[in-house]
Design a protein around this ligand. Structure first.
Ligand code: PLP
Length: 434
């Protein structure tokens, strides 16, 4: 499969280049030349397929022959090695749980698949690959765990000192081996600026083989379509229309769902739920795209002021906002409604959701009631485990929640980080000395 840049259809590269470069040279995002379509009989007979087999069949179509079947199977087995169950809460409502990976958020799917794919393309090269990634929390840990222990690839995670939660920091700083946590005395924007400066610095590029692991990489998007197809497999009464609500920030998760829909999964409608950072909601309502600075909310992984995957969604629907509106609805919710959502789901269904899931729940509930939909499969996507946001969730439901073993383990480990100031020269000297 060939990939083109959303900013120039003539800028065409192979899958390997799209993955290893991340972003196109013209600043665009890579899109597959065509969205592969599954046969009707495949979609209607998913029962005998496991989640991993669905992943393999999907990935094969997006990658073609650039990775041999046996290798691809191995990549899937090593990256998609935890489940994505659809849990029924009522006749109408179910939850797609995407938090069963090592860092308890859906980003594990994309980060792990991307890491193993990069490992494959990097093998045999005599030059070490150095991944630089700036994080405000969740991305960094998923990337760190994804690349952990991979030979020939070193990862440097830059995070703002004192500005991420204890749990997030512990996840980043307790791995060691090929993962180095750089604690930057500055803000998340400083971290991002440092990474961007490093990529364009001649001395660094002459000496080091640098790459990014940022969320716009197509190798992070492809595996996220697997769990939508797998969710369809798990639906018991497939005759009822399917509505899926996705808590959204950078719109990667939503885009992957729209890929699955285009591939032939009969999903009636997607909802891209946003918090106060409602650039996407506003775009669908007013047709105006007005990127702006992000604001802090309780669902902080969705605090995005310039959602980069919108370029992909627009491309997917040939630039027609009406077509986008046919497929996607969006609504935005404040922190107050977020807390209310956590409370309501707990009281109604005895089920604990996290702040991101709660935004998705509110938008789904609104969509169902305003369209008077009573006989549908309504699915809310739960993007993180509630224990990652323990304080907010416990406050809302007035009850203590348990921390899963894999999270508790890293909380007891010792933090290792290298503190650097936010000057580019400091980072540069550090990297050159390695
Ligand atoms: C990253 C993240 C989101 C937003 O996903 P996008 O693909 O950026 O829209 C939602 N919830 C959680 C928990 C996340 O980590």
């Amino acid at each position: 499969m060939k990939y083109f840049s959303t900013r120039n259809k003539n800028n065409i590269v192979d899958f390997r280049t799209a993955v290893m470069n991340g972003l196109a040279q013209d600043g665009g995002l890579f899109m597959p030349e065509m969205i592969p379509i599954f046969s009707k009989s495949f979609i209607e007979n998913l029962d005998p397929f496991s989640f991993q087999e669905i992943g393999f069949e999907t990935a094969k179509k997006f990658i073609g022959d650039e990775i041999g079947e046996q290798k691809l199977q191995e990549i899937i087995q090593r990256s998609i090695n935890f489940p994505a169950p659809l849990v029924q809460l009522s006749d109408q409502l179910s939850v797609l749980e995407l938090f069963h990976g090592p860092t308890l958020a859906f980003k594990d799917f994309g980060a792990r698949f991307m890491a193993k794919t990069m490992e494959y393309f990097e093998k045999g090269s005599d030059k070490k690959l150095n991944i630089l990634v700036a994080t405000s929390g969740d991305t960094g840990s998923a990337v760190a765990y994804g690349f952990y222990g991979i030979e020939g690839i070193d990862v440097y995670i830059l995070y703002p000192k004192g500005k991420i939660s204890l749990i997030q920091e512990k996840q980043l700083t307790t791995l060691d081996k090929n993962i180095t946590a750089l604690e930057i005395d500055g803000t998340f924007d400083d971290c991002q600026r440092l990474v961007k400066s490093a990529f364009v610095d001649e001395d660094l590029n002459a000496k080091l083989n640098l790459s990014s692991a940022n969320s716009i990489n197509i190798a992070r998007l492809i595996p996220q379509s697997f769990y939508y197809i797998n969710a369809y497999r798990q639906i018991k009464d497939k005759s009822k229309p399917i509505i899926i609500s996705v808590p959204s920030g950078n719109l990667g998760n939503l885009t992957a769902g729209l890929f699955a829909k285009k591939m032939g999964v009969p999903i009636e409608k997607f909802i891209g739920a946003t918090n106060k950072n409602d650039v996407f909601t506003e775009y669908l309502t007013t047709a105006k795209f007005n990127p702006r600075k992000s604001e802090l909310t309780l669902s902080n992984a969705m605090d995005v002021g310039n959602p980069s995957n919108l370029e992909r969604i627009i491309e997917l629907y040939e630039g027609s906002i009406d077509k986008i509106r046919d497929n996607v609805y969006s609504k935005s919710y404040s922190d107050e409604f977020t807390v209310e959502g956590i409370k309501e789901v707990y009281e109604k269904y005895n089920y604990v959701i996290d702040p991101h899931g709660a935004v998705g729940y509110q938008a789904l509930k609104h969509f169902l009631s305003s369209n008077n939909l009573k006989n549908v499969n309504a699915i809310m996507v739960e993007t993180a485990h509630p224990a990652k946001f323990k304080d907010v969730v416990e406050d809302a439901i007035q009850k203590e929640i348990e921390i899963p073993e894999r999270l508790a383990v890293c909380l007891n480990k010792e933090k290792h980080s290298i503190v650097l100031d936010s000057k580019f020269k400091t980072l540069k000297d550090y990297l050159l000395s390695r």
